[in-house]
Design a protein around this ligand. Structure first.
Ligand code: URA
Length: 236
């Protein structure tokens, strides 16, 4: 990659600003000042520094967020705050986007990345990536609902869902459940409960594929995936 492109990608400034840095001799490649931004560098084999500080180039970022309620899972929204608005502007250079959607009033696990291939893979219906949700449901959730979800239910538009695994944590005036599904139809969890005459009053995603929401992340907080988590995701 061109040296000036690498540095502007890493947030050191525009190409014009980079020219100034380069001219002043502040940029070195393998210890030697380089003034020509057009020079090609390979960060796997070469060490680039700016003002004596090593530049750690990377192409992709992977962030796990606990999406809060009231925030849209999109990169832009004319009206409402988005998950991208919640992350540090330093990350915006990488142009991350949310992998899949959560409703505005749903909270929980959200992966943000600029790795299009990985996102595509996770969202592909053929890959059957499991997603587990925690929900509060108005009214008593019963064994019949477990059976119904196990067999797949018919949504309001006639779509027959794949089997879902329902676990009742508490059944009462307001029930608490966990539901694992391998699809991602619009409002799927809410509509699955609708199909058995029940209403979801709170919804949170707990996991996606091999990754679980870090319990230390408060709604609105995020962190980079650990190396282990990334490997789990890549080697699914
Ligand atoms: N199912 C829903 O109904 N809403 C979500 O946000 C995610 C799954």
């Amino acid at each position: 990659m061109r040296l000036d492109k690498l540095l502007s990608n890493m947030g050191y400034g525009s190409r014009k600003e980079m020219k100034k840095w380069l001219k002043s001799g502040a940029v070195t490649v393998d210890g030697k000042p380089v003034k020509d931004g057009k020079q090609q560098v390979n960060t796997e084999h070469q060490t680039v520094t700016v003002n004596g500080e090593e530049v750690h180039y990377r192409e992709f970022i992977y962030l796990m967020m606990n999406k809060p309620q009231g925030v849209i899972s999109a990169t832009e929204d004319g009206l409402h705050e988005t998950v991208i608005d919640l992350i540090d502007p330093d990350y915006h250079l990488f142009e991350p986007f949310p992998v899949g959607r959560l409703d505005k009033d749903t909270e929980g696990f959200m992966l943000l990345t600029n790795d299009g291939a990985l996102a595509h893979d996770l969202l592909s219906p053929k890959k059957h990536v499991a997603k587990t949700y925690y929900a509060k449901v108005a009214g008593a959730v019963t064994q019949d609902d477990i059976e119904a979800f196990k067999n797949g239910v018919t949504l309001d538009d006639g779509y027959e869902t794949k089997p879902g695994e329902l676990v009742i944590l508490h059944s009462g005036d307001t029930s608490e459940i966990e539901l694992t599904i391998t699809e991602g139809k619009f409002h799927q969890v809410k509509r699955m409960f609708q199909s058995v005459g029940k209403e979801v009053v709170f919804l949170k995603r707990l996991s996606m594929g091999p990754l679980e929401l870090d319990p230390d992340l408060e709604p609105g907080e995020y962190r980079e995936l650990s190396e282990e988590e990334l490997l789990l995701l890549q080697n699914r």
